[in-house]
Design a protein around this ligand. Structure first.
Ligand code: UT7
Length: 328
């Protein structure tokens, strides 16, 4: 089997900055509560009319440019998202069209926050087996229009964004390698975090909207407990599978949902906080976008360098979770 490396990364967040003070005006909350409980100071939100591929297109173009790969060379597009432009076709097909990636086949993966990790793992197989040369893998989300702006327990948490990587066969010593990805789910816990409306169970209707079923529902403190345990377990699984320890890790990129979760997980893994990459203060929880946007920013800022060993981990609705280890 061929080895797979990350050839390039890109990301895009909306221009509109929404600080915590915005929520102080609409619900009973405070900048102090949001900052101390979550680490979030501000997040980005799209303007009305903007959709997922409006962010995914620039993110993908930046990744292709860094990789030196043209849209016609891409033969696979996988988008991890719970918020595609429309119910059907997939965001991946719309992205394919907008990029002019005519030689690709394209599909979405719905795995909530770990959607990027799930997409990475699936795309990796197609490169490994030699059937495909270059995969564009995107994690992106427009969550701002799934938020109930009267529910203080969820509305302060989320933001929009998209991140992308180009995967290809590893050629030469100067390149890194995606070592392994470990994915899990437990569907028995779906009720703790979901968007109940808009699917076939509660199809779009005036009643669905009146009941607010198209909004995110979350039992935050329950999710918190599971998230910590699951992210630690899958990270340890990734370390053990590759016979490395947390001391070998150069950078840890946890899902950016809550700084307290990120720090607790890092502590339990014995990873010092200066090795934890965090964007949660400026973007909030961008679900499937959180890891690829943080990865791209850390690479472009020079923090992550070629040869560094990176551990990433995520957790979200389903529940779904997982971890991936790669050398950049
Ligand atoms: O991305 C998918 C995975 N998602 C996550 O990982 C999110 C996991 N959960 C969390 O990050 C945290 O549970 C939250 C940030 C959502 C909530 O923090 P918490 O420390 O678990 O708070 P809590 O839900 O236990 O609520 C504590 C109190 C409650 O008041 P009472 O009942 O003690 O009087 C809430 O009503 O905080 C109150 N509260 C707020 N107060 C001010 C909840 N939201 C707010 C708010 N402002 N925005």
């Amino acid at each position: 089997m061929r080895k797979v490396s990350i050839k390039g990364t890109g990301s895009c967040v909306p221009e509109r900055v929404v600080p915590n003070s915005f929520f102080e005006r609409i619900v009973d909350t405070s900048d102090e509560w949001i900052t101390t409980r979550t680490g979030i100071k501000e997040r980005r939100m799209v303007f009305p009319g903007q959709a997922l591929t409006d962010l995914a297109v620039p993110a993908a173009q930046r990744a292709m440019e860094m990789a030196g790969v043209s849209s016609l060379e891409i033969d696979l597009i996988v988008v991890g998202t719970s918020t595609p432009d429309m119910v059907t076709p997939s965001a991946a097909c719309i992205l394919q069209d907008r990029l002019g990636a005519r030689n690709a086949f394209a599909f979405d993966i719905g795995a909530a926050c770990p959607g990027f990790l799930y997409s990475l793992a699936v795309a990796q197989k197609f490169i490994q087996d030699g059937s495909h040369e270059y995969a564009l893998v995107v994690g992106g989300e427009i969550i701002s229009n799934r938020i109930d702006y009267t529910d203080r327990s969820t509305c302060v948490l989320f933001g929009d964004g998209a991140g992308a990587v180009i995967l290809g066969a590893r050629n030469g010593d100067g390149e890194g390698e995606v070592l392994s990805t470990h994915l899990h789910s437990d569907g028995s816990l779906w009720n703790l975090l979901n968007v109940p409306g808009g699917g076939s169970r509660n199809p779009p209707s005036h009643e669905m909207v009146d009941r607010g079923l198209h909004y995110i529902k979350m039992q935050g403190n329950e999710v918190f407990k599971y998230a910590v345990r699951a992210m630690v377990e899958s990270a340890l699984e990734a370390l053990e599978a590759n016979k490395v320890t947390s001391e070998d890790i150069d950078w840890f990129i946890p899902h950016q949902a809550n700084l307290r979760i990120m720090e607790t997980v890092a502590k339990r893994l014995d990873i010092p906080l200066h090795k934890v990459i965090s964007t949660v203060h400026k973007y909030g929880n961008t679900s499937a976008a959180s890891i690829p946007t943080a990865l791209d920013e850390a690479i472009r800022s020079g923090k992550i360098r070629r040869g560094d060993l990176i551990l990433v981990g995520s957790f979200g609705a389903g529940f779904t979770w997982g971890a991936s280890l790669f050398r950049y």
